[in-house]
Design a protein around this ligand. Structure first.
Ligand code: GLA
Length: 667
């Protein structure tokens, strides 16, 4: 199958405005309810629904026996109602008959426990029977619906990310390793098989990293994660190619969960449209931080092409043990926060709250209490707002600040047996994003080997693993005038997970002008004090200057007088280094100082975490999104027309507590 140029076919067929809708599971309901659904969807101005995500057992009730009558009716009904369909392949949830026919396709945990049927995602992606069944059902759907007039997009699978450690996986893992290393000696060297007598003498001795007696081999673990991401991607590609062959004019995507399992840079080369599911996990301001974080990531993965918020919740924030309710207005604000950052619409899980089942209390667009509810009123109101935003499509936010994002660094930095389990990749990256978000900056994420020349400032949080090429890329970035703010536990290892010897942070020593002799990780109740009066937690280091200047020193303890924060002129740029986990205020001060020196474009006046102000730029116009998350009005300089109210804006827009505005700017 020839590759389609990413971004060449990026939009659901037949839709011009913002996408609005959600997962629609009508197979759980009677025909009467379907009729009411159509009426309510019209009222809410829904224009796109995802159908069939978990419908395998209703589509193929027994092996090779297909029941398309109900789906035919659903597709036709939606078409008559003027609603487009994002048709899913149901492969995330094989039917019970499949698991009974192929028990070897049920997933096995690290401990060797084979899971039973009874939930969803009970499959092993490497089981030949599973892959074959996926191809068959994808082909059957393609044969039947590829030319259906309601079909706007294909949605392959759901949230790829299920792992397995069974013998099928072992076979595929070995094949992947052979392709990566060529011969066993190279693998043994990469995995440092000389340590703990792990030298393999036959490929068949190599296993997925199953539960073992003590610490697992970190390179084996890292390779396994690389392999699983690639294998899941191969499974996606198989289905994609079947669907594409049936009708090359239909874009194809899959929905990402914000999850450590995938290398989303690689995946995003293979989807026509980047699609993200996003569910904040805290009820305080972290919900808004997480929303902006997810949206900035999705836009970056899409590399400047449109992206789509494929799922969010109308009225729920699941904190892990409580299903909290989203306050009135929060759904609209979260939707606009995604759209301000490039999403071309807002979709939900799911349209109608079910009467039973595992997610019975997951909020929906039509709640259990029906349409005469606060939630449905807000759903209708959001539909009206999105209709008015059609002209915004195709525009994008611009920024000259980036944070490096790398799945391999995430996987590697959390290896077992490392100096501190408190060093978590997501904590480090979200702290970098948070300080910028709170100050009103929109931030891109970038891969370490990307062309960074359009950014004046690049933040590098805990980028533990880095290749020589990517390290040279960052060094050149600084040599050419860029400002790089590196924080601790970065640049330490090469892609084989081998420490770069001679002093930390290995790959960045030259550009940062420092050498770290020893880590001093901190226990939970410990903190270090700096000469600036700031404090650091989690981590500290015994650091030597090798060309850099010290901006702050450690005070007291065994690091007394040693440099803690440094700055190094290198070529035309500057490398900054942070050797401890500063609190947000102190980290922010350092980052903003670097931003100022780097000449970063300041955020729009009045922008903050309390009141997001984000500009999307088109070829000839711009739109200013103002999203007031606070309980007081905000007054933001603006000139133009507010698309939400239709009002003219002269000089400034006053957005009430909890309110929003989207201003087409007069230029
Ligand atoms: C995911 C899934 C949905 C649903 C929601 C619930 O995003 O794709 O099927 O389970 O989570 O939050």
């Amino acid at each position: 199958m020839t590759e389609r140029e990413p971004g060449s076919l990026t939009w659901p067929r037949g839709l011009s405005g913002m996408c609005y809708g959600g997962d629609y599971n009508p197979e759980q309901w009677s025909l009467q309810v379907w009729a009411e659904d159509m009426e309510l969807m019209r009222r809410a101005k829904v224009n796109l629904v995802t159908v069939g995500v978990f419908s395998w057992s209703r589509l193929e009730p027994s092996p090779g026996v297909y029941r398309f009558d109900w789906l035919d009716q659903v597709m036709d009904l939606l078409h008559q109602t003027g609603i487009r369909v994002n048709l899913a392949t149901p492969t995330a949830s094989p039917p019970p008959w499949f698991s009974f026919a192929h028990p070897d396709a049920l997933p096995v945990t690290r401990d060797g426990v084979r899971l039973w049927h009874g939930s969803r995602d009970t499959y092993c992606v490497c089981a030949p029977a599973y892959r074959e069944a996926c191809r068959r059902i994808a082909q059957a759907l393609a044969d039947r619906y590829a030319d259906h007039p309601a079909l706007a997009m294909w949605h392959v699978h759901n949230e790829y990310g299920t792992w397995c450690y069974c013998d099928h996986v072992a076979v595929r893992f070995r094949q992947w390793l052979r392709a990566r290393y060529g011969d066993l000696d190279a693998l043994n060297e990469a995995w440092n098989g000389a340590f703990w007598s792990q030298w393999y003498s036959d490929w068949d001795q190599i296993l997925p990293p199953r539960a073992t007696q003590y610490l697992p081999n970190p390179t084996q673990m890292l390779d396994f994660r690389r392999f699983m991401s690639a294998e899941l991607l191969a499974a996606y590609q198989e289905q994609r190619d079947i669907l594409r062959a049936a009708n090359p004019d239909i874009p194809i995507t899959t929905n990402y969960m914000f999850y450590p399992g995938l290398d989303n840079w690689a995946w995003s080369q293979q989807v026509d449209l980047t699609a993200l599911d996003h569910y904040p996990s805290a009820t305080d301001q972290r919900a808004e931080e997480q929303t902006a974080f997810g949206a900035d990531l999705a836009r970056s993965w899409a590399r400047g092409h449109p992206w789509l918020l494929m799922e969010q919740a109308t009225s729920l924030i699941y904190t892990g043990d409580v299903i909290a309710t989203k306050e009135p207005g929060r759904m609209l604000r979260h939707s606009l926060s995604h759209i301000a950052r490039g999403s071309e619409g807002a979709l939900f899980f799911q349209w109608r709250a079910p009467v039973a089942g595992a997610e019975v209390y997951h909020s929906a667009m039509v709640p259990h209490a029906g349409p005469a509810t606060r939630v449905f009123k807000e759903v209708v109101a959001l539909g009206e707002v999105l209709e008015r935003l059609e002209e915004v499509r195709g525009s994008v936010p611009r920024t000259d600040v980036a944070i490096l994002w790398d799945a391999e660094a995430w996987w590697a930095v959390e290896s077992a047996g490392f100096p501190s389990t408190r060093v978590r990749y997501l904590d480090a990256v979200s702290a970098a994003h948070r300080v910028l978000w709170r100050a009103g900056y929109v931030v891109d994420f970038a891969r370490p080997d990307a062309d960074l020349s359009r950014y004046r400032l690049v933040l590098v949080p805990s980028l533990y693993v880095i290749s020589d090429e990517a390290a040279a890329n960052l060094t050149n970035y600084v040599a050419n005038g860029g400002h790089l703010v590196v924080s601790f536990f970065s640049g330490i290892a090469d892609p084989r997970h081998h420490v770069r010897l001679g002093g930390y942070p290995g790959a960045f020593r030259t550009v940062l002008g420092i050498r770290v002799e020893e880590f001093h990780p901190l226990l939970d109740d410990a903190q270090v004090t700096l000469s600036t009066g700031d404090t650091g937690r989690i981590w500290s280091e015994h650091l030597h200057l090798e060309g850099a200047e010290a901006l702050a020193h450690y005070v007291g303890g065994c690091l007394d007088g040693q440099p803690a924060l440094t700055r190094h002129r290198w070529g035309k740029g500057v490398g900054w280094y942070v050797s401890t986990r500063l609190d947000d205020d102190a980290y922010g001060r350092l980052v903003f100082r670097a931003a100022e020196e780097a000449g970063v474009t300041p955020p729009p006046t009045g922008a903050s975490g309390e009141c997001e102000v984000v500009r999307r730029w088109g070829a000839h116009s711009s739109w200013l999104f103002v999203i007031n998350h606070s309980d007081r009005p905000h007054h933001i300089p603006a000139e133009g027309v507010d698309l939400v109210t239709g009002a003219e804006v002269r000089g400034q827009v006053s957005v009430p507590a909890g309110g929003v505005a989207v201003i087409r700017e007069a230029r």
